[in-house]
Design a protein around this ligand. Structure first.
Ligand SMILES: Cc1cc2nc3c(=O)[nH]c(=O)nc-3n(C[C@H](O)[C@H](O)[C@H](O)COP(=O)(O)OP(=O)(O)OC[C@H]3O[C@@H](n4cnc5c(N)ncnc54)[C@H](O)[C@@H]3O)c2cc1C
Ligand SMILES: *[C@@H]1O[C@H](CO)[C@@H](O)[C@H](O)[C@H]1NC(C)=O
Ligand SMILES: *[C@@H]1O[C@H](CO)[C@@H](O)[C@H](O)[C@H]1NC(C)=O
Length: 634
């Protein structure tokens, strides 16, 4: 039996090789991929950015063969093995030219450190370079979005759940691995396989991962939801963006582009959109130039129905601002004529801060360990063998599959005090000087919503990825209070934008992060299960205790990014500094929508990719007009 499977696999592989030998290279993709000279003059829809959201929307819109779509992408198609490999999760970094070269402005509260701003510049966007963690976050994150508009908005947990189900095809784990490592999942939170983007499981788990699960059972208040998609906070197992058959990255390109040979779906690469053409208040087209040649020829393509901006949270505000849509003072300084004075464009920037902390359970024997792979020996030999033979074993693990996502009352006894301090702040004082009053009003609304969330269990604040080794993995603050900006550089608007995280600009962030570190400390150092393994703290270390000491430590060690930029074209009422309404339409311009991570008014308490896919699926339905909101805010 095993043999015949293997034989047919070999036959298939040979057939595939033969096919690629006889067909001219790339013929399958040629219908979709175009040179600028081969484009039509006009399409129904022009999409700016062939990333996570852009390709998802293009795929869904072209399901109707009478609808024509052009996607304009800055980067190239990359067949780099670094993108395909799941091993270790961060392979995409190694793909040549697949990331923008953007760096932040010096962070004044972080000792003027300059931070690398990572964002995908390749067909597939950031889904091509991300760490493949498939996370959905908690109900409160999605209910909050709609509540900025009205009580019964469709932007809610219940409203987005069908799109989560549509966005990914979930394939359950191997039963033996699930049983031996204690993986739980519940397919009722997933859909019927309507998507070419897969989320699935590695065929191996390190014993050290499950060992840590026991320690979490000791922590009062910690719950264990039945599935990563349940919308509950707690400690749970999660899958990874992986094609389970190929054991390769599954992403927007493989799921929403590669299998398409539709005549009505065009993609042009190496093309930087420099302007949305707006005529009499309506977006009518898009201008772009060769991405690698600032002096190259500018082409303009008409959009007869709509322009959709999906350039990601770092570049969507730049595209809007270059088009005269943004804060008028900034546009004026850059010498750009204001088409719509929209103060929120490029404001409200959020990302997940990563904290530095190191705790080790010195005598926990969890062999084999992750580190054994680099050491060689028997385990490494076995890993190499099973991977080469069947693509199974440790090399099928992306970044790990177990993590804690905890609400504030579970991690800190002073949750009510912190919430009260947040309510009583002069919120606007923590925004950049000259911030528009509507943007400040939106910020205040967000902080009041967070104050409520700090006292409840429907929103995660603490995130801790659990590794296979005896030391902790990444520890993250899921809801930073500080807000940054991403604006064009007035001196050189066409250059990479000025990214300012404004990390720690709201001083309560440091207090919350101090609680997060203290909770991690108590998890390792005071936990009855962990106590038997001789725990030690090497960072921040015993000398860092008070809020003040913690704040100093954070300024020195904090990363303001987990590569989850969001919020820079926020879906909020206009009087709250919003850029798009509940239908994702840009205020003040007809025929123009934004659909990508930039529309999140508040960052979700989760890695952002799954949410972006769901936003894009919902956007496609909104654009098709198959659903509408009862939005009166236009
Ligand atoms: C290193 C890294 C690790 C991550 N890890 C995870 C993870 O493990 N799990 C998770 O859930 N999330 C993760 N994320 C976040 C997640 O991948 C992103 O939130 C999501 O992919 C963003 O989708 P998007 O559609 O908003 O933007 P993108 O997917 O980035 O797409 C934007 C596209 O627009 C193009 N573009 C930009 N400007 C222009 C222009 N002027 N003209 C034409 N095209 C343009 C870009 O080249 C890009 O292809 C990670 C991100 C990074 C960078
Ligand atoms: C939140 O969870 C904690 C721990 O389980 C519990 O003590 C508390 O009552 C919960 N709070 C609310 C508002 O449900
Ligand atoms: C690969 O899979 C086949 C079929 O399940 C199995 O018989 C074989 O032992 C596997 N090879 C290795 C090296 O694990």
């Amino acid at each position: 039996m095993g043999r015949s499977i293997l034989t047919s696999g070999v036959v298939l592989a040979l057939a595939a090789q033969f096919a690629s030998a006889v067909l001219p290279r790339g013929v399958h993709k040629a219908r979709v991929l175009k040179e600028p000279a081969d484009l039509a003059d006009s399409y129904d829809y022009v999409i700016v950015g062939g990333g996570t959201a852009g390709l998802t929307i293009a795929d869904r819109l072209t399901e109707d063969e009478d609808t024509t779509v052009l996607v304009i992408e800055y980067g190239l198609l990359s067949d780099s093995e670094s993108i395909k490999t799941v091993r270790g999760g961060f392979g995409g970094f190694g793909a040549p030219g697949a990331l923008f070269p953007t760096r932040s402005v010096p962070q004044v509260n972080l000792g003027n450190r300059v931070i690398d701003v990572l964002a995908g510049k390749v067909v597939g966007g950031s889904s091509a370079v991300n760490a493949m963690m498939t996370i959905r976050g908690a109900k409160g994150d999605y209910d909050r979005w709609g509540q900025f508009f009205r009580e019964d908005s469709e932007w809610s947990w219940e409203g987005i759940l069908p799109y989560f189900k549509k966005a990914l095809t979930f394939v359950p784990p191997n039963e033996d691995v699930a049983e031996s490592s204690g993986i739980v999942y519940d397919t009722s939170f997933w859909g019927e396989g309507e998507s070419g983007v897969y989320t699935s499981w590695p065929s191996f788990q390190y014993p050290g991962t499950s060992a840590q699960l026991e320690a979490w059972k000791e922590v009062p208040g910690v719950t264990f939801p039945p599935d990563s998609g349940s919308g509950e906070t707690g400690v749970y197992w999660y899958p990874q963006f992986m094609d389970p058959k190929l054991v390769e990255r599954s992403y927007a390109r493989t799921g929403h582009y590669s299998n398409s040979d539709r005549e009505n779906y065009h993609l042009v690469t190496n093309s930087k959109v420099i302007k949305i053409v707006v005529e009499d208040g309506t977006a009518t087209g898009v201008s772009f130039r060769p991405a690698d040649d600032p002096a190259g020829e500018v082409s303009t393509i008409k959009a007869s129905k709509e322009v959709i901006v999906s350039a990601g949270a770092v570049h969507t505000p730049q595209v809007l601002q270059l088009s005269g849509i943004g804060p008028s003072a900034l546009l004026e300084a850059a010498g750009i004529e204001t088409i719509v004075d929209l103060p929120g464009v490029g404001q409200n920037f959020q990302d997940h801060p990563m904290l530095t902390a190191r705790f080790t359970l010195r005598s926990l024997d969890v062999s084999p360990k992750e580190s054994d792979l680099s050491r060689g020996g028997e385990f490494r030999t076995w890993a190499d063998e099973v991977w080469a033979a069947n693509r199974t074993g440790p090399y099928s693990i992306a970044t790990g599959n177990l993590a804690a996502w905890l609400s504030y009352p579970v991690i800190s006894a002073r949750y009510d005090e912190i919430a009260t301090r947040l309510e009583e702040q002069d919120h606007a004082a923590y925004l950049p000087e000259g911030t528009d009053s509507t943007v400040a009003a939106g910020y205040k609304a967000q902080m009041l919503s967070y104050a409520e969330a700090l006292r409840a269990n429907h929103t995660g604040f603490y995130n801790h990825a659990i590794t296979a080794s005896p030391s902790n993995g990444i520890i993250v603050d899921l809801h930073p209070l500080s807000r940054g900006t991403i604006n064009i550089n007035p001196e050189n608007p066409d250059a990479e934008p000025l990214v300012d995280y404004r990390a720690l600009s709201n001083p309560l962030d440091a207090a919350i992060m101090a609680d997060i570190i203290r909770f991690a400390r108590s998890f390792y150092m005071d936990n009855a299960f962990n106590a038997q393994y001789d725990p030690v703290e090497s960072q921040p270390g015993a000398s860092v205790q008070t809020d003040e000491e913690m704040a100093t430590y954070l300024a020195r060690t904090l990363s303001p990014t987990e590569y989850h930029p969001a919020g820079t074209a926020a879906m909020l009422p206009k009087e709250l500094g919003g850029v798009v309404d509940e239908d994702l339409r840009v205020y003040g311009v007809a025929g123009l929508r934004v659909a990508d991570a930039s529309i999140m008014p508040t960052l979700v308490g989760a890695n952002t990719c799954q949410t972006v896919y769901a936003i894009a699926e919902k956007a496609a339905d909104l654009i098709k007009g198959s659903v509408t909101t009862t939005n009166t805010n236009r």
